[in-house]
Design a protein. Structure first.
Length: 122
């Protein structure tokens, strides 16, 4: 069963990009089992990640790789990030929504609009 994972990373956008670069994640690519990836910035300036994975095991394996890279870059925090796992009830593919909002890298505005992170422009 697909799972949704929400992570309070505690990372700044710059730190998030450093980790992505070190992991070799290119725009539009996903690790094995990754279905959806959204990185959003909270009011505190820290990145939250919302992922959908084919299985929890795949999500946890990728999380282990991310944590190793954070450690290597000196970005690890004293406490691990808060992670919430939810069983995905439905995962939809949506067509691109025309928008003046900046697309979310690797996802585009369609999914972001669908989950309410950006508002499509008419």
């Amino acid at each position: 069963m697909a799972v949704c994972r929400i992570i309070e990373t505690g990372a700044t956008p710059e730190e998030y990009e450093q980790v992505r670069s070190k992991l070799g994640v290119e725009q539009g690519s996903a690790p094995p089992g990754g279905l959806v990836h959204i990185a959003a910035i909270g009011e505190d300036g820290k990145v939250r990640v919302i992922d959908v994975w084919e299985t929890r095991q795949q999500a946890e394996a990728w999380g282990d790789q991310v944590q190793r890279v954070r450690n290597d870059l000196g970005l690890a925090t004293s406490a691990p990030p808060a992670i919430t796992y939810l069983d995905a009830h439905r995962v939809l593919s949506v067509q691109e929504v025309p928008s003046a909002n900046k697309p979310i890298e690797g996802v585009g505005t369609s999914v972001a609009a669908f989950v309410g992170l950006v508002q499509p422009q008419s």
